[in-house]
Design a protein around this ligand. Structure first.
Ligand SMILES: Nc1ncnc2c1ncn2[C@@H]1O[C@H](COP(=O)(O)OP(=O)(O)OP(=O)(O)O)[C@@H](O)[C@H]1O
Length: 725
């Protein structure tokens, strides 16, 4: 037989076992694995069959005198399964088998019940014995029903010992990720009929028997098996530089991110924490890999854009670890930047001289211009100043209305108060005056900047290098922003392939108004998918945050409605604390006690956040916590979280969007503040009021879903209805 290199892959349990080894042994293991992967002669390596093993493909690999690795060898593929001291490793290997589960479309490593009595199934070291006293969690289901869902027969006895979801959770490492998902979802109340659609990719099950090499690489197998692309990938993995999200994607995440090519724009929806950003980053890598591999595409780039600057910074740092080769150097293949900043830079290069106003002093100047213009205007009866400013922002600017004629024609969907032609004419005079003053003072609103950029691009986009744009937080991109994104990679027949990859969640819309993708020239058609597994929060926090949204009709970022059906987490956790106090000072005192209580078990204050509604409250809380001797780190626009500087994180709920912490307190809620009484009183009609309330619910939903393990919601005075959940 000619000697070849092995294609080495790792089961996740092998990595866990590796971490327990002395560092010297680990180093030798690394050398051995690299040799297996790159050295066809395998000189000096000692590979043995395992006498008496149930599975003849099991092999042992000598690491040093005392330690052995266990692998499964089929053709040129070597799947590393376990490492341990010599005798223990051999014992482990004798009664393990590697099988392809056709229902789950994945490789499973199972322990045989015959080799050790009452042996538990699973892919890790032997779990502790379990006995049962009360009714079982899965008693309602027959063995046949469970195996019908793909649960391996060898696992059934063990599964029958679980009495609660906590028992199942405690045994998680002894089940593969897909089986665990099936069981957790069943326990969480999904029906036998729902599970196949939810988890098992029935439509993608292979029709013919798979070779081992293919079985190893199904999206489901790769949920627990790492298959390095090359030596560099392997090195980074062995050094522990890769995190779970970089390696072990959910099958749905992998299928979406590594789809070979989308015919046109693709859209990924999914509730908070389902890994939309993770998928977007993997897609950017996939697109950049394709560019790097094709000599004819030299100079092509992927633009990764977000709504907020903080998320862009986060994504950039994460991409630099996922695919450093595409981020490095002065001219990287992937460019990461929030859209406002991209537009600002672009316009500056093209000679646009007006100052784009986001906030701060210039914003105040715009307010002054409004005051001047409105003071001079003759206005139709019953239309308040606030209504007129809203009309400007939500209709004229959002829809890019440039002429009186267009304003007469435009559909004002969502604006409660109707406006006849006479009123529109009067308002148009005001809008023209406002715009003229703004231009004469050298100022521009972001929507003007988008429009200006679109106009430039429509004339000439030859100098733009982007072949694809990846967009995160799509729900907060208003109409002008979406039109601009489309203009960056315009539709042109075959050229529309892989043009846009958008991810978002309309439940989390807290900035702009709804915009329809189709209405902005972005035709998603068949390329829309949904992620449903929340990797961040516990199930009970997730349920609370979803309940807050009760009554809010949510769009699908296009012209239809979205649902959160199938949205679930895989850790149950504890119910969020919801607690009210008579006064703000009592509330703050109790919050301080809660913050001081943090157990010294790794839940460091770096991963604890207090989120409040307004900047003013932020200052109040900062002062109060400081006075109580607590170290704090305030997240502000120009101060992103470095995750290192000690201190309880303080932020407004808006600022926390896209971030996550182990423990989160939503504090200083009150019936005046949630929703802000001022915003409600400014709303001119029922539609406006409804919008304020819905936006507020989304904000609480976003803030609540930042918590990984613990959520505390507190208020003072009368409990605000919106946070009931
Ligand atoms: N396959 C995975 N394996 C491990 N962790 C994952 C996986 N996918 C996502 N995560 C983790 O789950 C968390 C949420 O992921 P991400 O931020 O991408 O979700 P999202 O859908 O963009 O969330 P949101 O909409 O709430 O901002 C992150 O900590 C991420 O690392």
């Amino acid at each position: 037989m000619t000697e070849t290199q092995y294609r080495v892959s790792f089961d996740v349990a092998c990595m866990k076992a590796l971490r327990k080894l002395p560092s010297k042994v680990m180093e030798r293991f690394h050398d051995m694995v690299l040799k297996l992967m790159v050295d066809p002669s395998r000189s000096g390596l000692n590979i043995e069959s395992i006498q008496g093993a149930q599975d003849p493909a099991m092999r042992s690999f000598r690491i040093d005198q005392g330690y052995r690795a266990i692998g499964y060898l089929q053709g040129g593929d070597l799947l590393l399964l376990h490492v341990d001291e010599h005798d223990k490793a051999y014992r482990w290997a004798t009664n393990r088998t590697v099988q392809f589960n056709t229902k789950l479309n994945r490789i499973q490593i199972l322990e045989s019940a015959t080799a050790s009595e009452a042996a538990p199934a699973g892919n890790a070291a032997a779990p502790p014995e379990r006995t049962r006293k009360g009714p079982g969690l899965f008693d309602p289901y027959t063995d046949l029903e469970l195996t019908g869902l793909g649960i391996a027969e060898k696992q059934i006895d063990r599964i029958r010992t679980y009495e609660t979801e906590a028992d199942l959770e405690a045994d998680r490492t002894f089940l593969d990720a897909t089986s665990y998902d099936v069981l957790f979802s069943l326990a969480a109340g999904f029906s036998l009929q729902e599970i196949p659609d939810l988890i098992l990719a029935n439509d993608r099950l292979p029709t013919a028997k798979l070779e081992f090499a293919e079985a190893l690489r199904t999206d489901e197998s790769r949920q627990d098996i790492f298959v390095p692309d090359d030596e560099e990938d392997l090195r980074r993995f062995l050094n522990g530089d890769l995190e779970g999200w970089q390696v072990f994607l959910h099958p749905e995440q992998r299928r979406i991110a590594y789809h070979r090519a989308y015919k046109g724009p693709a859209l990924v929806r999914g509730g908070a924490g389902t890994g939309k950003t993770v998928v977007a980053m993997h897609r950017a890598k996939h697109l950049a890999d394709a560019i790097a591999k094709d000599a004819g595409r030299k100079g092509d780039k992927v633009l990764f854009t977000t709504f907020t600057s903080t998320l862009a910074q986060d994504v950039k740092a994460n991409l630099a670890t996922l695919c450093p080769e595409h981020l490095a150097g002065p001219d990287p293949v992937i460019e990461v930047i929030n859209l406002d900043r991209w537009v600002g830079d672009f316009l500056k290069r093209r000679g646009f001289e007006r100052n784009i106003v986001y906030f701060g002093e210039d914003r105040d100047r715009l307010d002054d211009i409004w005051t001047e213009v409105l003071a001079d205007a003759i206005l139709p009866e019953g239309l308040s100043d606030e209504f007129i400013k809203d009309e400007w922002a939500q209709i004229i600017q959002a829809k890019g209305i440039g002429t009186e004629r267009d304003y007469f024609m435009v559909q004002r969907t969502g604006r409660g108060t109707p406006l006849d032609r006479r009123k529109r004419r009067a308002l148009w005079t005001v809008f023209e005056a406002y715009r003229a003053k703004m231009v004469s003072e050298g100022l521009a609103e972001p929507d003007d900047a988008y429009r200006e950029a679109i106009a430039i691009l429509e004339k000439d986009r030859t100098r733009l290098p982007y072949s694809s744009v990846v967009v995160d937080e799509t729900q907060d991109m208003g109409e002008p922003a979406l039109r601009l994104i489309r203009a960056i990679v315009p539709k042109s027949g075959e050229g529309d392939r892989d043009s846009l990859f958008l991810v978002g969640d309309a439940h989390q819309r807290i900035y702009s108004r709804k915009a329809s993708l189709l209405g902005c020239g972005i035709e998603v058609r068949g390329s829309a998918s949904r992620l449903r597994l929340n990797y961040r929060t516990t199930e009970l926090i997730r349920r609370y945050a979803v309940a807050v949204l009760e009554g809010v009709a949510v769009d699908d970022l296009d012209d239809d409605f979205d649902t959160l059906s199938g949205y679930r987490s895989l850790r149950r956790g504890a119910d969020p604390i919801r607690i009210g106090y008579a006064t703000p000072s009592k509330e703050i005192a109790a919050l301080i006690d809660w913050l001081k209580e943090v157990p010294p078990d790794g839940n460091t204050p770096v991963s604890t956040a207090v989120l409040v509604r307004t900047n003013r409250q932020l200052s109040e809380i900062e002062a109060a916590l400081g006075a109580a001797g607590l170290e704090v780190f305030v997240l502000r626009n120009n101060r992103p979280d470095d995750r290192i500087t000690p201190g309880v994180r303080l932020a407004t709920m808006h600022r926390a969007k896209g971030l996550e912490f182990d423990r989160v307190a939503l504090a200083l809620l009150s019936s005046e503040m949630v929703p802000p009484r001022q915003a409600l009183s400014h709303a001119v009609d029922e539609a406006g009021r409804r919008e304020v309330i819905e936006r507020e619910k989304s904000l609480i939903h976003v803030a609540g879903t930042r918590a990984r393990s613990e959520l505390r919601v507190s208020w003072h005075g009368i409990r605000p209805d919106l946070i009931l959940g």
